[in-house]
Write a protein that binds this ligand. Sequence first.
Ligand code: PHE
Length: 378
Amino acid sequence: PAASLLELGGFKMAKDDVVRDDPTNNVPDSIFSKLGMQLHRRDHHPIGILKNAIYNYFDTTYVGKFDKFDNLFPIVSVKMNFDDVLVPEDHVSRSYNDTYYVDSQTVLRCHTSAHQAELLRKGHTHFLVTGDVYRRDSIDSTHYPVFHQMEGFRVFTPDDWEPSGMDGTSYAAEDLKKCLEGLARHLFGSVEMRWIDTYFPFTDPSFELEIYFQEKWLEVLGCGVTEQEILKRSGKTNNVAWAFGLGLERLAMVLFDIPDIRLFWSSDERFTSQFSKGQLGVKFKPFSKFPPCYKDMSFWINDYFTENNLCEIVRGVAGDLVEEVQLIDNFTNKKGMTSHCYRITYRSMERSLTDDEINELQWNVREQVQNKLNVVLR
Ligand code: PHE
């Protein structure tokens, strides 16, 4: 059951302050109950172990001391989360479909970049911010609506880049890639990785680092050279900076061989007892793989249907018993009606599920999908 009073970073919040009766609020109880769990502050949890190992890399290998923050409040203004990092007014990440809004001006941060501007304004020039972040998303073994990021930010002055003969931007981009490749080696020893050019509103150029895991390329971080406008707004007109945002679960899955992202939330001793403080990359031994159960459901969608809304309903009913929600069929008939068929995979990480239990979950899902999404079941 969700704690009704949340104490976090010196703040106290009642559940009603978050799961608020506001027409723009889309934070369900299942998400509220995750606020304040702070997996990244547990030294014996894979996420905390990884955070400490990254701290260790920056303390020992990279020149310059980084200020560290891991207790910044996860409920932030729209301004901090989006405006301050130059996210355009019409960017998808601002939509109610992608982000949890407490009210029209307040969100559960969807990235740790939400703290860049505030820390710059306070005068920090080298910093790491670790925290829980929240995104509405689809359901599979590497996606969960709450996960953890570490933001890195480093400001350079002309004294840093001028001796190199390079311009500030090229210098910062090179330093950034070296720093992150060094980090990857520090964490993994050797691992297959590749850089991809990409776009972020707050950096230019922008890159993603991908790591090869379970026969797939997995995106583990985004980074780039900070847009001048962000520095300018905090009074820095003669500087260049880089920034990165690491997904801690993704990295931890690869490092510890954790096959499913839901496991990070498990309090089953067979999971938690396998990790200890300072022990990076101890391979997780699955205690058992229980059988999956598949349930298909088909319905005619309407104009408002989104997969994220469907997934939230399934997660709300089945919690961590749902492993995947996958679109397996999609067609439009002559009248222009579109039908979707989704396959829901139910599987517990901890025990065998009974047929009765799964049938009941599935009936609940069907009922709520029909009532809340106003789709027509087939
Ligand atoms: N905030 C970005 C994300 O969550 C990651 C990022 C951070 C990219 C800093 C560039 C610079 O995807």
